[in-house]
Write a protein that binds this ligand. Structure first.
Ligand code: PMP
Length: 390
């Protein structure tokens, strides 16, 4: 541990500290040979678990052809086109054009820039409790003061609304370039939009000429029981921000919009550029990830397993289970229970995690490929611990 903390920057005071030796399917093995059932899936970044054979093969195939050859946008790289086509096949025509980047926060940055450029306006509306990434533009639309205050000044012109408040939609006006929302708020506690909320936001955007940006970095690609979260709630964004699961375990971010909207980055030219965005090896794995999710109907599987988890995880210490599909958060009676559950489950070989801003929450986001037996094993450990504490 000491060497890690000397040579590597830390993010917090008490990291989980597992030292992985290898990982396969739903399991991570540490250097002592201890086996952990992974119910976090790289914070929703591993929809197919660890090293899915089809991803290993896609990785091998592309890595034997070519790796990085040129900055994004100059060469015609077929692996990147393959990914764009796979994405287009699961998105409405108005979102068919992909701008591939390297991380979620970069996709947020690009979306905010595109909205400003396309509308000629400067104001952005974001939600309290929002998380869209950690670079300065993304932090400007973060809806959690304690984490951003030490880094001010950030980008001016951001106004905050309460997620799910219809009254606050008045703040979206003809000065507004874009409204940015997570389809389901992640860091705030896996909070779903009320049934008519997103359509009302979309209507208000249409009335005022503002663009709707939905951040599906965490809700995208089958996790919530549909390919994209917005399919549950009846509103299609103008700009879709993605990442995480799309890469199948490799770093990725994605911006999808119409060809007309995306063209703004070329007038004037080089409006958004990236060296590694569209990386052919990453994109070959990403395209294959999407194919497996589609072919194996993993979105439907996420919905089925949600129903199963909700029937099994009924316990007096769990106040509520929030979220959708396999994006679930156990809201514990108090924060100390959430802390204890994650630490003690880890000791028993089950990996759980917390959420960013809701201290009572325990994250349950297993791979979409988890078997019923594996899931049962995890749920039994959770229930066994909770039963000891009532
Ligand atoms: N938006 C949401 C909703 C996220 O969950 C995350 C990552 N937790 C991000 C943006 C940022 O993505 P990245 O860490 O890849 O920059």
């Amino acid at each position: 541990m000491d060497a890690y903390f000397r040579f590597l920057a830390r993010t917090g005071p008490s990291p989980l500290g597992i030292e992985p030796a290898r990982a396969e399917g739903s399991y991570i093995y540490d250097q002592e040979g201890k086996k952990y059932l992974d119910l976090v899936a790289g914070v929703s970044a591993l929809p197919l678990g660890h090293r899915h054979p089809r991803l290993v093969e896609a990785l091998r195939r592309q890595s034997e052809r070519y790796w990085h050859v040129m900055v994004y946008g100059e060469f015609l790289q077929d692996a990147t086109l393959d990914l764009a086509r796979e994405l287009a096949s699961v998105l409405p025509p108005s979102l068919q054009t992909l701008y591939p980047v390297n991380s979620g926060t970069e996709a947020t940055e690009a979306a905010l820039k595109l909205a400003k450029r396309a509308t000629g306006r400067m104001k952005i509306v974001a939600a309290r409790g929002a998380y869209h990434g950690n670079t300065q533009g993304s932090m400007s639309v973060m809806g959690y003061e304690p984490r951003k205050r030490p880094y001010v000044p950030l980008i001016p012109g951001v106004e905050f609304i309460r997620f799910n408040s219809f009254d606050d939609l008045e703040k979206i006006d003809t000065q507004t370039a874009a409204v940015i929302l997570e389809t389901i708020q992640g860091g705030a506690g896996f909070i779903e939009p009320r049934p008519d909320y997103l359509p009302a936001v979309k209507r208000r955007c249409e009335e005022t000429g503002a663009l709707l940006i939905l951040d599906e970095i965490q809700t995208g690609y089958g996790r919530t029981g549909k390919m994209f979260g917005f399919e549950h709630y009846g509103a299609v964004p103008d700009i879709l921000v993605g990442g995480k699961a799309l890469g199948g375990g490799f770093p990725i971010g994605a911006l999808n919009a119409s060809p007309e909207l995306m063209r703004h980055f070329t007038r004037p030219p080089l409006g958004h550029i990236t060296t590694f965005g569209g990386h052919p090896v990453v994109n070959a794995v990403a395209a294959e990830t999407l194919r497996v999710i589609k072919e194996e109907n993993l979105a439907a599987r996420a919905a089925e397993l949600e129903a199963y988890i909700r029937t099994r995880l009924v316990h007096p210490l769990i106040e509520e289970i929030r979220g959708k599909g396999l994006m679930l958060a156990l809201i514990m009676r108090d924060a100390s229970l959430a802390e204890r559950l994650v630490r003690e489950a880890l000791r028993e070989g089950v990996l759980l995690f917390w959420l960013l801003y809701e201290p009572r929450a325990v994250r349950l986001t297993p791979p979409l490929t988890i078997t019923r037996e594996e899931l049962d094993q995890g749920l039994e450990v959770i229930l066994g611990l909770l039963n000891k504490w009532v």
